[in-house]
Design a protein around this ligand. Sequence first.
Ligand SMILES: [Fe+2]
Length: 175
Amino acid sequence: MVSDSPELAAQLDWSGQLVGKVRQEFLLPQFFFNAHMPFFSDCVQQYLTGLAEHGSLRTGLEVKVGVRSAWVVRSFANDFNPTHIHSGCQFSSVGYLKLPDWDDELAEDANDHHPCRGQIEFVTGHPQSFTRHQVRYTPRVGDFYIFPAHLLHTVYPFTSPGERRSFSINFTLEQ
Ligand SMILES: [Fe+2]
């Protein structure tokens, strides 16, 4: 495990490339996920198919999916990720590997007028009548979100013990 090896952690440290105010962010070398690329490529292709079905994209778009970079984020109580976009790619993603022991915290927050603890939030455009410009999700282990790289997003802090661990991949598309 990276956290058990200070030398390897330093070698793979990716925090200088990312905006998160979190415990640890480290680069995933290409070889680490090469074997899983058919799965991730299929996920992106399904995402594009979904866009086409909703009329946001012309149909029949077949693309070659590449990876610009991939990394793991380890965050703990009070860590957060400021609003940001991803550059140098067309789509980005986040998948959840581990979550804190936060059921009680989330249950309490659910009664608040604006629940957001631990959630990821996507924001676009300007507030307008009859238009939704922001959406928030509470992560679950196994969830994998793909989103346009330019879509603003942020991650809110939690206070419960334990680790929230996610991975992200920046995807490039070639026709
Ligand atoms: Fe991000």
